[in-house]
Design a protein. Sequence first.
Length: 435
Amino acid sequence: MARASAQRWWAGLGAFVVGLVLGACGADKEVAPEPAAPAMQQCRRFEQLMPRFVNAISTGKTQNLKNVVENQLLKTSRDDEPPPINDVLRIIFATLNALASKPPEPGGSKESYCAPASTPPPLNLANEVCEMRRAIDSLVHQGKGLEAIAVVEPQLQGIMDYMTGTGTSVDKQPHYEVAAAFSNLCSNNAQCQLSNGLDLIIAFTDYANTTPGRKLVADINTLGTKTSLTAFLAPQNLSEDGFVSISRALIPAVQGADPQALQNAFDQLPLSAELKMDLRPIVEDLKLILQTPSLIEPTRKALNCITVSDRNSDIVRMLYRLAIRDMRAEFGVTRLSQVFKQLQDVDQRGSLIFLANTLAKAVRGDEAAIAAAASTCKTLLSTSVPSGQSQSNAQLALPVVADMLRNGLVQEAICAIDTLLFGCSGGTQPACPVR
């Protein structure tokens, strides 16, 4: 009986996800573009698109996550107060509805809505839904951005396995102190506000389109190719405590928004002369950022939140252990730099930055939903044991997420989205494994 209930609950969730994707990306010709395509074919069923996910649900492997969602995220202390997850879902629909309600973009029409893919309008005139469709077509359906996705998936898996002490975790010890730090970041108190994170995304994506911003990106790409940096970031040359000390020296210098203080802190770091020379362009870029109020203010607030929420630098220690101690390639500077550069080459139009900026601005205007999202994040990652439970929410939910990631959840989800948007019309699907 419980298993049947679980199946119905998750089936409903699956239907919601499918409905969300279709609503966002083009089930209705009044909302989404109508690209030229071969004759329609019958789509595969959901269980065929995401067999491992469906199997995990049907075998009860997701029960602990379901319990956390039902008992902690779908309940409130007041009958007249909606659960926090409701506001999270509301803002998703409200944002997509607002974007889809805009008029057709230049080159489009009421019937086709979007301009032809071969002649898109300038970004400042593009319709966000159309741009989203074009970005997914290029990066996923044509496979041009799959290498970046191939890095993100093992990164998420590595972080989840590290926190839970499972799967690819080297020491096999759980580190729920990291989950606690992330939960603190979502506190939405005087020190930490989710809106500050959105302000930071907006400020950086705006800055990326300026001359200094483009120089910063180019300098970061160049730094990733320097052997002085890769040699320094080796376990025999840099200890965990040394890594933490560097972060603790630089954060106050940035928070102070004092270019000279940043230079002084940099000069005192125990780095080789060659590495300091290679880092000098980045330091000069950071000095400009310190003198850019629209960018430095949300940066200072974010750093203050991190400092208060993670007093033992557990997040920094995790990054050291994954990237340097364990030498996981997906966290390596060289690998990340290569993927970032490839993504830039593919997305020369700047669609990803444009979409990140647009979506952040759309969400930023809904304070109630922001508070609900912060509450959902804090609750899900909480390491306190609620009354009536024998384990914390993090201990119950995160191992389920880690197991689904190890079983290809990200790849299955991307394949499902690709199929819903493009696959039913035929054509290649680089995001989908051959079955």
